[in-house]
Design a protein. Sequence first.
Length: 119
Amino acid sequence: MVELTEYTLVVLVSALFAVASIATYGAFSGLESRAEMESSFSTLETLATAALQNGSSKETILFPQSVLSCGGGKLGLASASANLTVKLPLDCDFRFAVSSGAHMVQFSYRPPSLSAEVS
């Protein structure tokens, strides 16, 4: 009887550790996705600003699965984990569905608007 109780406790504690591990992984993977999104968006904002100053800019950026858009002077990056926008001092009109992974982004500024290419 003691062995059965001991065995049951070991199995229950193991199951609790497994559930806690899965819950922790789920919580941190969501934070990681958000951090990746914010990093990509910060780079996009810097590239857009550089294009305003230099006429064009391009860089390879690591994206989560998301949508890159710009309309009415608002640059945005939206995914399941976040929706980020920033106001730009110019007009723009583009929208790209971006798959997860590294993509080359090129911004071009031809007054009065900003355009983009993603490959």
